[in-house]
Design a protein around this ligand. Structure first.
Ligand SMILES: O=C(O)c1ccccc1NCC(=O)[C@H](O)[C@H](O)COP(=O)(O)O
Length: 264
């Protein structure tokens, strides 16, 4: 793990909780649904390839969404999401492995486990189609990548800079997420994806993460090379009743380029 001295206090707290979390016994074995395939299929179908996130709360969100995560997940898929992301971090994001298990059972799209995983044993908390590995937090990225693949998971390897992208590619990452959220300040800047994506090879699946709010943002990330967009806050806004339309609006971004965008 490098550069942790400059992390935001909320992120330090997330990491401390992750270190303390008990590791379950026994390795899982997963037959994953194809995440890159699902993104490509959505794009071929004319939809913006969205990974919609079930995100009850976060350090930068006010309050907590109390809707049933399974109902939220179904609404996201009905709205056109190609895949889902489910937070399993309990203390700062209101998630749990059990929530992910229920969601994955209820939908047929790939489901990403969104958490702050620090050791191979923590991979075993629940089956998912993909797991998030954050370069900045891992001392042994090649080891975690191997441990994830041994269990059958696809790995979304998250970076925030060109140096981290190089590290991810050297470790053999095939799906790379560029997080527009700076974990040192928790500020969001879509320029981050544009800057980092320029260095990524074409044969890697690239996902733009965080801060995507409007159809214009979605088109901007797609134009910069995103094969998929991971969106939480803008989709959760307004709760269950608003979720299908929130997803539809982003999923149809490429069809509505000529229409006026309005702020969410
Ligand atoms: O979302 C936060 O407040 C946050 C704070 C500290 C560390 C990570 C955080 N978010 C994790 C994520 O990766 C996002 O949930 C995901 O990319 C979706 O972002 P957004 O669409 O901006 O909700």
């Amino acid at each position: 793990m490098d550069n942790n001295e400059s992390l935001a206090p909320a992120v330090e707290s997330i990491l401390a909780a992750a270190r303390d979390r008990p590791a379950p016994g026994g390795a899982v074995s997963v037959s994953p649904r194809d995440l890159p395939g699902a993104l490509d299929a959505a794009a071929a179908d004319g939809r913006t390839p969205l990974v919609a996130e079930v995100k009850p709360t976060s350090p930068t969100t006010r309050g907590e969404n109390e809707d049933d995560p399974v109902a939220l997940a179904r609404a996201m898929v009905d709205g056109g999401a190609a895949a889902l992301s489910v937070l399993t971090e309990p203390e700062h994001f209101g998630g749990s492995p059990e929530t992910l298990r229920r969601v994955r059972e209820a939908v047929d799209v790939p489901v990403l486990r969104k958490d702050f995983l620090l050791s191979p044993e923590q991979l075993d908390a629940v089956e998912a189609d993909a797991v998030l590995l954050i370069v900045r937090f891992l001392d042994d990225l090649p080891g975690m990548l191997a441990a994830a693949r041994e269990r059958g998971f696809q790995a979304l390897v998250e970076v925030h800079s060109r140096a981290e992208l190089r590290e991810a590619l050297d470790a053999g990452a095939r799906i790379v997420g560029v997080n527009n959220r700076d974990l040192a300040r928790l500020s969001v800047d879509l320029d981050t994806f544009e800057r980092v994506a320029a260095d990524a090879p074409d044969d890697v699946t690239l996902i733009a993460e965080s801060g995507i709010s409007t159809p214009e943002d979605a088109r901007r990330m797609r134009a910069a090379g995103a094969d998929g967009l991971l969106v939480g806050t803008a989709i959760m806004r307004g709760g269950l009743a608003a979720v299908p339309e929130n997803v539809r609006r982003l999923a149809s971004a490429e069809d509505t380029a000529d229409e006026d965008d309005y702020d969410t």
